[in-house]
Design a protein. Structure first.
Length: 97
């Protein structure tokens, strides 16, 4: 679970929400799921946008809901602690198998 700040009527409140982030170190690509993987419809449309170095893609379903965000060039755009935590978790899961 992750803590996020939500704003409504000018008031910020903290909420706990599930957060799933995957990272492929070979491709240097991360994916941030805004809906839990496997529970949402397939991506109907991909909206790319290009920051200075790397590329971001928004995956959108048929109702125009954002499903997730793909980040290419993730090492430049995401905190290293986040990427390291994902890699440690992946390694631990591999060792358990």
């Amino acid at each position: 679970m992750a803590s996020v700040l939500c704003q409504s009527d000018g008031v910020y409140k903290e909420a706990r929400v599930p957060l799933v982030v995957t990272y492929d170190s070979d491709a240097d690509a991360a994916y941030i799921y805004l809906q839990h993987p496997g529970t949402s419809d397939a991506s109907e449309r991909i909206v790319p946008f290009d920051p200075r170095e790397g590329m971001f893609n928004l995956d959108i379903d048929h109702d125009a809901h954002v499903l997730g965000l793909e980040i290419l060039g993730a090492r430049r755009h995401l905190p290293s602690a986040l990427l390291e935590a994902i890699l440690r978790q992946d390694q631990a899961e591999t060792e358990d198998q």
